[in-house]
Design a protein around this ligand. Structure first.
Ligand code: ADP
Ligand code: MG
Length: 704
């Protein structure tokens, strides 16, 4: 149907078949991970040199950024008085001489040998009357012509220059010829993107910067579309494959539960519950992500979903990533449930107690088998435990709904494991680390997403100060004292120590001694760290909760789950060592009651990133806003993790720069898949997806 070469065909032509690529060069390319013609074509320029902006040295103005093409006339390596390496270069472009200085880049001497032609991009200053650039960007362009010159990432080890790569790519383009386009013209028009052959040519050899941009956009759309297609197909395939339970979403048990709450649900909670109820009532099992900031009331929503299972005679499971979290969830689930009873006509009173059980590695063997027995015979309504339980052979009589708390871990395998148990239960994945919409669509693209975007009323945002100086630290300490005097409590979080939990514990112990001995000898302090025996940890937490302690000095063990509404101050030491999500989680431990709370970030920022991080935390208490900033600072790699193979295909697309395209690609993917679930009529697309997804996954996706 569509003429032209397919990516799959290009993926089997080794680079050695190209003109000019000998054995030696092929080895260099291999080092760079380039084996095939397709690899070469998708080795995109890192940036472009816009020669239309080139000036001559005589025309350069002081303090202005300028780009000049010049030849190296003299090179000299030396050391400054501070023993820094310095390379001194004189270059000439026919109009005048320019003095170029490099600090701490000793290798420049070799790179810029006499006679080398290069482009220098930087700010021109005068030094002793002579024009000079310090540490400019340098591009060795060889004798390449053209207004826009693509610059490729190179590797020293590969021994390939950017112009050599450009030459190989030109060969690859010639070899490829016209390419098959998986997007029909109608779609290209709708998306306002150019065709693929044009895009591949223009990204490597653009006429103008605008052409390069248009080419990039098309290839970004391709990448995002392939990823979304894989995700959307997976979602639809799961729906096809599974037999869901139609749950009784309207029932007495949930009515009782909501009626017994001491507060009304927030609007966001009601919306979330309605979305979940619609899923549960439907024939397809739910696969939904519940995102919400710390304290937004996710537990209540999750418990409602579980009770919807129970009221139809099914069981519910609530799984956490760690033992500590499982215990914490156990506490909070039991707390919100109170003394809820299940309507049961078989009993004298017409009611029976709801049976909730918790299994951790501390559950005694006898107790454990009693609980497992109850799961098998259906007398246990809700089970709380760790993900590990899913991997064991825990047999439910009839598992109806599972809630998985991911706590910034993206466990596809665990989700899959859950699916296998029982009769396709509905799954709600919860995450307390908000991630931006575009990232959610990418990381969790096979799930539907619900966002709790509203806090329960009566919370005032935690006032956050970044205490950089001694005076401000004194103010933070003062705040602890006045709050404690008013009957409140405080946390001091000790610096994050990367080495090990042991080292962290030791550091916390030292800090505890200092604070209790020198700073607050009159207050009741206690220490909490991960190396303490569980019994001891629990005892400390219990007395903190009971108000018998004023200040808890702790490592990040308190990051999650600790819920003491009376705690109103948090001090985070060496705050720049923490990631943004972590700081936000930590801060979420205060401000949980109705009282004004404070958070103090101590210490200076060691890097510009840390500076941005801490300012953002100081400025905003909105987890989603912070997540956007985090994505901005760290880039998507770290945010996405290594969730699926499709992500390695994202060479050009950036979740930050190409935000709007993520959503549009998803819409297009739904339109394509819903019209043709296994892409039976989309030869080109189907083949491209097969290139990207694992063979087993492909088997699953393309099976009709
Ligand atoms: P999350 O799990 O999202 O961090 P939680 O479910 O632990 O939040 O809720 C945080 C606190 O808010 C709990 O103490 C809970 O009882 C309370 N809460 C939940 N929903 C509401 C509501 N609608 N109105 C008032 N308080 C609420
Ligand atoms: Mg269902």
């Amino acid at each position: 149907m569509t003429a032209g070469r397919r990516l799959g065909q290009l993926a089997i032509i080794p680079v050695a078949e190209l003109k000019g690529v000998g054995e030696k060069k092929a080895e260099g390319l291999e080092i760079m991970g380039i084996r095939t013609v397709l690899d070469l074509l998708t080795h995109y320029p890192r940036r472009y040199l816009d020669r239309t902006r080139q000036t001559s040295i005589v025309e350069m103005k002081e303090h202005d950024e300028a780009m000049v093409l010049a030849t190296v006339k003299r090179v000299q390596s030396r050391r400054t008085r501070q023993r820094r390496a310095m390379v001194d270069v004189d270059v000439f472009d026919g109009s005048s001489y320019l003095h170029v200085v490099f600090f701490n880049q000793p290798w420049r001497a070799k790179q810029l040998s006499v006679g080398t032609q290069a482009v220098f991009f930087g700010k021109m200053e005068r030094y002793k009357g002579r024009p000079q650039m310090t540490n400019p960007v340098v591009d060795l362009v060889g004798d390449r012509t053209g207004k826009i010159v693509p610059i490729y990432a190179q590797s020293e080890k590969a021994g390939l220059a950017t112009w050599e790569l450009a030459g190989f790519i030109e060969e690859a383009l010639a070899r490829a010829g016209p390419m098959a386009d998986p997007l029909p013209e109608e779609w290209r028009d709708r998306l306002d993107v150019v065709d693929r052959t044009w895009a591949f040519r223009a990204i490597h050899n653009p006429e103008s910067m605008a052409a390069a941009q248009a080419a990039r956009r098309r290839l970004v759309v391709d990448e995002l579309l392939r990823l979304q297609l894989a995700l959307v197909m997976r979602k639809r395939a799961i729906e096809r494959e599974s037999k869901g339970i139609r749950h009784v979403v309207d029932g007495e048990l949930v009515r009782r539960f909501h009626g017994g709450l001491p507060f009304p649900l927030t609007g966001a909670q009601r919306r979330a519950i309605a979305e979940i109820a619609a899923d549960l009532a439907g024939i397809h099992p739910m696969h939904r992500l519940l995102q919400g900031d710390v304290g937004s009331g996710k537990t209540l929503v999750a418990v409602t979903a579980l009770l919807m299972a129970v009221q139809g005679g099914f069981q519910g499971a609530f799984m956490a990533p760690t033992e500590v979290l499982a215990e914490q969830h156990g506490l909070s689930v039991r707390h919100v449930l109170g003394r809820l009873t299940v309507p049961d006509e078989g009993t004298l009173t017409g009611d029976r107690p709801l049976r909730v059980e918790l299994i951790t590695n501390r559950t005694a063997a006898g107790e454990r088998s009693r609980i497992l027995g109850g799961l098998a015979d259906g007398t246990v309504d809700l089970l709380i435990g760790t993900h590990a339980l899913l991997e064991e052979k825990v047999a439910f009589r009839a598992l109806g709904v599972s809630v998985i708390d991911e706590q910034h871990r993206f466990g596809v395998e665990q989700r899959a494991a859950l699916r296998g148990k029982g009769d396709d239960p509905d799954v709600l994945v919860m995450t307390a680390t908000p991630i931006p919409r575009t990232a959610a669509m990418t990381v969790y693209g096979d799930l539907d997403v619900t966002v709790l975007d509203e806090m329960p009323p009566g919370r005032s945002p935690v006032v956050t100060h970044w205490a950089r100086g001694e005076l401000e630290v004194a103010e933070a300490y003062g705040r602890v004292e006045t709050e404690v005097a008013a009957g409140r409590q405080a946390y001091v979080v000790c610096p994050l120590v990367e080495e090990s939990e042991k080292v962290a514990a030791k550091a916390a112990t030292v800090e505890f001694a200092r604070l209790s001995g020198e700073v607050w000898p009159g207050l009741r302090l206690a220490l909490l760290h991960g190396q303490m025996p569980s019994k001891e940890k629990e005892a400390v937490m219990a007395s903190f909760r009971a108000g018998e302690l004023d200040v808890l000095v702790a490592t990040t063990v308190i990051e999650v789950g600790v819920d003491v509404p009376n705690a109103t101050v948090m001090i985070i030491e060496d705050a720049d060592r923490f990631g943004m999500a972590q700081l936000h989680q930590l801060r979420g431990r205060v401000g949980r009651g109705g009282d004004q709370s404070w958070c103090y970030l101590l210490g200076a920022a060691a890097t510009p990133d840390a500076e941005e991080r801490l300012s953002a935390i100081e400025r905003s208490t909105d987890g989603f806003e912070l997540a956007e900033v985090d994505l901005e600072i760290r880039g998507e790699g770290t945010v996405l993790g290594t969730r699926q193979k499709g992500q390695s295909d994202l060479k050009l697309a950036s979740l930050r720069r190409d935000k709007e395209w993520v959503g549009r690609a998803r819409e297009v993917a739904f339109a394509i898949v819903d019209a043709d679930p296994t892409l039976a009529t989309q030869d080109v697309l189907r083949e491209e997806l097969r290139l990207l997804v694992e063979p087993e996954e492909a088997e699953f996706l393309f099976k009709s």
